[in-house]
Design a protein around this ligand. Sequence first.
Ligand code: PMP
Length: 345
Amino acid sequence: MNIESLVRPNIRSMAPYSSARSEFSGKASVFLDANESPYDTGFNRYPDPLQKKLKVEIANIKHLHPEQIFLGNGSDEAIDLLFRIFCVPGHDNVIAPDPTYGMYQVCAEINDIEYRKIQLEEDFALNASKILESTDSDTKIIFLCSPNNPTGNSFDTDEMKRILNVFQGIVVIDEAYIDFSSQESWINMLSIYPNLVVLQTFSKAWGQASIRLGMAFASPEVIHYFNNVKYPYNVNVLTQNHALEVLQNKENVKGQILTILDERLRLSKNLASLSYVMTVYPSDSNFLLLRVKDADSVYRYLKEQGIIVRNRNTVSLCNGCLRITVGTTAENEMLLWALNNFRKD
Ligand code: PMP
């Protein structure tokens, strides 16, 4: 597969911005090249535009090379950049199952790209044939979010493989919730599929949503275009340094994931026993999707109790559904207590 031919012609031929910090990489003690303040505030210097230290650490953990990694201001930045790299505004299209994570459509609309929604099956399964039948020569990207948001399930590996084997464009597998899943990550398949882009994030299992750090893993060729199109200093130094610290505490995070998985099971059982809960869908993520008899009322009632969940009642296939994040044991207890008392008075 020729990745180069998928890239927008203007992006292929552009000269990227060359920042002062990326032009010089040797040893020096006097930096008069970037019009920074010379006074040491701890923050007077621009950060490393390519986040090299952090990428080495992440590469070690993921068993990849740093050249296969892009880091951005959340994985949302990577999603937007994918449109800007591959999709010609007003001409190309992308495809995603429906329902799924909302930012693919928002970024498509911002970039003036046709967004084709292909409905999942009733049980939220992915149907590769339906997706592939909807492609044409202007389809540049297929987004597959697995485990999927808001449905919580992982897609079938063989269905996803079929898309990767047949589709001649970029396949993005968004693994924001992979750490809660029983499935293997697709990053192990990067060497087989040059058109595969895997997204992960520090916002979920790593517990770092506020530092805004997302990861895209792909072939060095694709990462090269990410680097050409991104803002020069897209990940600030506070985030880079903090992430380096967080990576030292991997064991902590592993423990938290195990607790969340235990709590997910407990919540799921308890929610299923409530008379007005019709279905608690199986989840491979850190949230549960449940269908209830009157979603708007349950949502409003919980809000009055100071508990905010996500009302997905108007989302396709999710009529009557609420999406509930697994909290701490104490938070889940409060949720269950409140739900047990719904309409008891
Ligand atoms: N992908 C999915 C599937 C998500 O649910 C989210 C956040 N809710 C994101 C990406 C964005 O994550 P980030 O915080 O890394 O921008």
